[in-house]
Design a protein around this ligand. Structure first.
Ligand code: ADP
Ligand code: ASP
Ligand code: MG
Length: 469
């Protein structure tokens, strides 16, 4: 059996949804398939804006809900024969009325919580899956629509929920309908206590990998609007191109450092179950895409890709009083973790006089406060310097298994950036030598990614071209 996930652009309008149906028909029955769907593109952001407006006692969330209604109704009108529209339109209206009631509740009670926000955010996938399921029926693809909240069980970190694999896999195995085609909303789940949770932005990929691992799928296919994982973000680097094959670890590193086409937690369940992951383009299905497995065929380059995360803050803790004192790093990470702040990057100077961490810009101030509080006695005693926060930074990372024991790669990176006067604020190399990451100023990020990409990929293809000439 196969699990296929279609992202926001793949369900963004009637034409795209028809394209999905064409992809499925190509697969030909009797393949058992589970199709996992994202919200229509832009819808999750619109839902967040509804929640935020209601929280600020701003009634204009009604206008956003009207826009949502128009967007979904238009898709129905183009996909479903007239005489069948009334029923599905009624279901969509019902979901939107529920959403309106929740927003009204937020506005009246002046109550904001992650649990309510997750509930609001869940409507995108509920709406899209309801429409796509009906559209499939009318395209000759009979199917059963399920609610993923009945199967995927999480902790109560509502907006970035962690899946309880044991309970979830048991439910999927025991209770999933045994039919040829199941349609499931991605992203949404439920806590043990029965409240709606969501799996983090981009989380539909993760829902799909959970279904694939639980069901022991032959393959997971993630269908998006690009020809797979590229050597760099195609929005930043014109010369970026699709990578044929990657290892799970390489794909995880590229995703972790910003390759948005894949949500990083997606990989882990597949590794354990040894399920191949294929990234494909809904709008160019004949392209082979990117195949991700434990043992990829070797490619032409040592470096597989250059990733980049923008809007990063750097926080440095330094001071002579830190030398040789055990537990400083642990206290630093704990202080940040208690505020639920994710650390992307850690580096320590060899003299142990400073530790630098990178996190999202939006969390810089909170992390600064947490650390200033944690080390206040050391700071006032002069053993630790006041905590330093630098904002508007970017992390640029190069990734590739082939870098292992290959000297000179970091040197090449430094000299290329140095030649172009791009200052490197911090450096880290993964202990596995699969990635080298650098922190630079945000304004330099596009130039840096292009320079590194040219150097590691174009030079190589020019050499190859010369050799072949
Ligand atoms: P979906 O809605 O299908 O989940 P996303 O918007 O989450 O799609 O991810 C696809 C987008 O990721 C692409 O349109 C592309 O602009 C962006 N992207 C960023 N980095 C990469 C990369 N290295 N390879 C491919 N796409 C990338
Ligand atoms: N709709 C959700 C989001 O926009 C999940 C997803 O698309 O994967 O983050
Ligand atoms: Mg995505």
């Amino acid at each position: 059996m196969l699990v296929l996930k279609f992202g926001g652009t793949s369900v963004s309008n009637a034409a795209a949804i028809q394209q999905i149906a064409a992809v499925l028909k190509e697969k030909k029955y009797p393949h058992h398939m589970v199709v996992v769907l994202s919200a229509m593109s832009g819808v999750t952001d619109m839902l967040i804006s509804c929640y935020q407006k209601a929280g600020k006692q701003d009634n204009s969330y009604h206008e956003v809900i009207h826009l949502l209604e128009a967007k979904h109704m238009e898709a129905i009108e183009q996909l479903v024969p007239y005489s069948f529209q009334i029923e599905v339109k009624g279901r969509i209206k019902l979901l939107l009325r529920e959403l309106e009631d929740i927003c009204q509740g937020v506005l009246l009670l002046d109550e904001l919580s992650d649990s309510i926000k997750a509930r609001v955010m869940s409507y995108g996938e509920l709406l899209s899956s309801a429409i796509v399921s009906v559209a499939f029926h009318h395209q000759g693809l009979p199917n059963t629509l399920i609610d993923s909240r009945d199967y995927i069980i999480t902790d109560s970190n509502y907006l970035n929920a962690k899946v309880d694999q044991r309970k979830t896999y048991a439910r999927i195995l025991e209770q999933m309908p045994d039919v040829d085609l199941v349609v499931a909303p991605g992203f949404i789940a439920r806590t043990d206590a029965g409240k709606t949770s969501v799996l983090g932005r981009g989380g539909s990929d993760y829902s799909a990998s959970i279904y694939a691992a639980a069901l022991g799928a032959e393959r997971l296919e993630v269908w998006s609007d690009v020809d797979g994982m590229y050597t760099a973000d195609p929005r930043k680097v014109k010369a970026a191109h699709s990578i044929k094959e990657l290892s799970y670890k390489e794909a995880m590193e590229l995703a972790y450092f910003g390759a948005k086409v894949l949500y990083p937690p997606t990989i882990a369940p597949l590794v354990t179950a040894n399920i191949p992951l294929l990234l494909k383009n809904t709008f160019n299905p004949s392209h082979k895409g990117t195949l991700i497995t434990a043992t990829p065929a070797p490619g032409p380059n040592i470096i597989k890709g250059v990733s980049c995360i923008d809007n990063i803050a750097l926080i440095t803790l330094s001071g002579s009083g830190m030398v040789g004192v055990p537990g400083i790093a642990m206290r630093m990470f704990k202080a940040v973790a208690t505020r639920n702040i994710n650390i992307y990057f850690i580096t320590q100077s060899s003299s142990e006089q400073s530790i630098t961490i990178a996190l999202a810009d939006t969390e810089g101030q909170a992390a600064l406060e947490a650390l200033t509080d944690e080390f206040k006695y050391h700071i006032s005693a002069g053993e630790v310097d006041p905590v330093n926060l630098e904002q508007h930074m970017s992390i640029v990372a190069i990734v590739g298994n082939g870098m292992i024991q290959q000297p000179g790669i970091a040197g090449t990176m430094f000299s290329i950036l140095g030649d172009h006067k791009i200052n490197i604020r911090a450096i880290a190399q993964g202990a596995t030598e699969r990635n080298i990451s650098l922190v630079i100023r945000g304004e330099d990020s596009v130039t840096a990614v292009n320079l590194l990409h040219d150097s590691f990929f174009l030079a190589k293809s020019e050499q190859t071209a010369k050799a072949l000439a």
